[in-house]
Structures are given as structure tokens and as C-alpha cells.
Design a protein around this ligand. Structure first.
Ligand code: FES
Length: 223
């Protein structure tokens, strides 16, 4: 599992717990220093030992993550190395598998293929298909093609931005929703239209946006 994915799967509560633990250690040290005027050697040694054990565990975890990334990239390089356009084929597989192209994996691809990282990012940013950040659990692609635009898509977009509290092309802080604006999804006859989690909705108005968001978030709720 790539490091960014690991990070994205850490809950806010876990991160807060780790920060609280650090804050509590610092507070204890301040109290000990206040009491003795210095930090006694046996306490300092005990704390160092605990920190070293934690660091050692973290290093082992990092090694495991790096070796998983390397294995994944080596497999893809082996599969595509003889094909024309191997770089883009590899990037497509990574995108399909992770929903985006994590930086750590892009770096490993750069190393494995001997292609500069800057070149890889040129490709990634040239094609809209590739994402550089993890997508949301739910994805909304709102059509702003001409037909949809003329029939009220801007009001739908404004409603989606207000409702989800996110700008177009971005993901909500809790990674629940990603909002994209696209140009024509091929359903002009039922404009304005949008796609949510792969399902197409048409003949919408702004008030439908919240209905569809609720319906998607709580699929069992009465519609
Ligand atoms: S313009 Fe929106 S579906 Fe074609």
C-alpha cells in the first residue's frame, strides 16, 4: 500500500491520538523539569528507549511500504516494458488500481524506467484522466457542456459547491465527495445531466443535487 494511501486511511481520531500522546509526553517532561530543575538521567534514558522502540517500528513499517511500492511497479514495468507508450500504459494501470497516481509510485516508476519525474508529471497533468490526489468515496461529475450549461448547469454547480463545501476539481476534507466539472457526457438529450458514482442522472434542476447526494450517501433512505 503506498504511503499516501496509508495516510488517507488514517482517521482524524488516530492522528489526534498520536498528537495528544506527544503533547502529554512533553507536558510530563515539563512537570519533571519543574520539580527537579532538570530531567533525571534514569527518566531521560527510559523516554529515549521508548522513542527508539517507536522509531524502529516506524522504520520497519516504512520499509514494508517501500518494498510493496517497488514490487507493484516492477510488475507493471515487466508487463508493459516492450510496448510502445509503456509509460502511459503503466500510469493507466496505476490510476485504475488506486483511483489516482500517488507521488511515491510516480517516483518509483521514474526510477524503474529511467524517465525523469518531471516528464512523468508532464504526462499526468496533460491528460485530464489522471488524478494526483486520492478521489472521494463518492464522485460527482457535473456536465457544463453547452446543452447542460444553457439548461441550468451553473445553478446546479453552485448548489453542489455550497452543499458539499468544496470547489470543482477538489475533494471534501473528509474525502467523502469529489466534485468534477466535465464537458458533455453524451446525454445532451436529457440535459442538464451529471454522473454520480458511475450513474447518470438527467433533466435535473438545482434542488435535485441535494436529493441525489442524500440518496447516494444513504442509499436505503426513502427517496
Ligand atoms: S452537454 Fe451535457 S450531456 Fe452533452
Amino acid at each position: 500500500m503506498p504511503p499516501e494511501t496509508v495516510h488517507s486511511e488514517l482517521s482524524t481520531a488516530q492522528l489526534t491520538a498520536w498528537k495528544d500522546e506527544e503533547a502529554s509526553l512533553l507536558e510530563s517532561l515539563e512537570q519533571i523539569e519543574h520539580k527537579h530543575g532538570f530531567i533525571p538521567r534514569n527518566i531521560a534514558e527510559e523516554i529515549s528507549r521508548v522513542i527508539e522502540v517507536k522509531l524502529d517500528r516506524l522504520k520497519k513499517l516504512q520499509t514494508k511500504v517501500e518494498s510493496n511500492v517497488r514490487k507493484e511497479v516492477d510488475t507493471l514495468v515487466e508487463k508493459w516494458k516492450d510496448e510502445e507508450g509503456s509509460l502511459i500504459l503503466i500510469l493507466h494501470e496505476i490510476e485504475n488500481q488506486h483511483g489516482y497516481v500517488p507521488r511515491e509510485i510516480a517516483m518509483e516508476v521514474s526510477y524503474a524506467l529511467g524517465v525523469k519525474l518531471a516528464r512523468i508529471y508532464e504526462v499526468l497533468t496533460f491528460y485530464n484522466y489522471f488524478k494526483l490526489k486520492p478521489p472521494g468515496r463518492h464522485n460527482m461529475a457535473l456536465c457544463m457542456g453547452t446543452a447542460c450549461y444553457l439548461k441550468g448547469a451553473p445553478a446546479m454547480l453552485a448548489e453542489a459547491k455550497t452543499l458539499l463545501k468544496v470547489e470543482e476539481g477538489a475533494t471534501t476534507a473528509d474525502r467523502e465527495w469529489h466534485l468534477d466539472v466535465v464537458r458533455c457526457i453524451g446525454c445532451c438529450g436529457m440535459s442538464p445531466a451529471m454522473v454520480v458514482d458511475g450513474k447518470t442522472y438527467g433533466r435535473l434542476n438545482a434542488s435535485d443535487v441535494s436529493r441525489i447526494v442524500n440518496q447516494t450517501t444513504q442509499p436505503k433512505a426513502a427517496l
